[in-house]
Ligand binder design. Sequence first.
Ligand code: DGY
Length: 326
Amino acid sequence: MTVKPVLIATRALPTAVEARASRTYDYHASPEAEPLSVSDLPAKARDLGAQALLVTPSDRMDADVIAALPDRIAIIATFSVGYEHIDLEAAEARGILVTNTPGVLTEATADIALLLLLGAARRASEGERMMRAGTWTGWTPTQLLGTDLRGKRLGILGMGRIGQALAHRARALGMNILYHNRKPLPKEEAGDAQYQVRVEDLLFQSDALSLHVPATPQTRKFLNGARLALLPRGAIVINTARGAVVDDEALIAALRHGQVGAAGLDVYDDEPKVHPGYAALPNTFLLPHLGSATVETREAMGFKALDNLDAHFEGRIPPNRIHPTA
Ligand code: DGY
């Protein structure tokens, strides 16, 4: 009888993913109501003789946690495309592989960016609150007037897979697409989207700005007061990438004073904390990091994480190895 590798997941996973994990691994799930905290992870991994960990963006795998892991841990698979929650240098120092799940959450996340764009432009949050509070007194010509998106310019910062999928959706709304990347995309990927060499030029022209860059030391608080001031007055800001990319105090001030007309946010710095200033404003449309939250997408993410683990335990290079790089 072959001995199954021991795998610990820090959070409950979709049923189909757990079923597959249990077939291949000596799988230790964490119940929905009782996620395994990262501070308990090293001891649990030692007790169970774990060789692999399946973690999520909610688990901060910092240098101390990684240093405390038992030697048997060979691979950390994150159930996410983002991996800023894992200290890669610390993983390297321990010889631990790290993998992620790119490609499968593109469409779901672009859908949420579109929802935020429409919700922010059309004051959906205020309307919804009014309905729930029972304070709607009927249709009037001037009630909750939003802004048309047709003919407006959507600036996409980071025209990767998700940025391109949002551009595709926004074209259907009649928006004109501008983008900034380090390098222009080939014509077949960019389509009619206009490349802006300087990020400032993108900001100047973005009636709506959508962020699609990862959280890195270089992008931390990228959207600060000085950059927000470059946007056309009343612009809309959308963030489905990472909260760390935005300077919260600056965005809240810009929303208060009208420099930014509305913001649609799905991600926040230091989640699950949310700067209280956002909820206090009428012109914010806020979601709790739902970008990839569909059954189909979360299953695909889980299967991708398992594909990576399977590859490792079958002696192959995991297809989505982010560290060490191939
Ligand atoms: C990711 O995969 O990084 C996403 O933020 C999860 O929705």
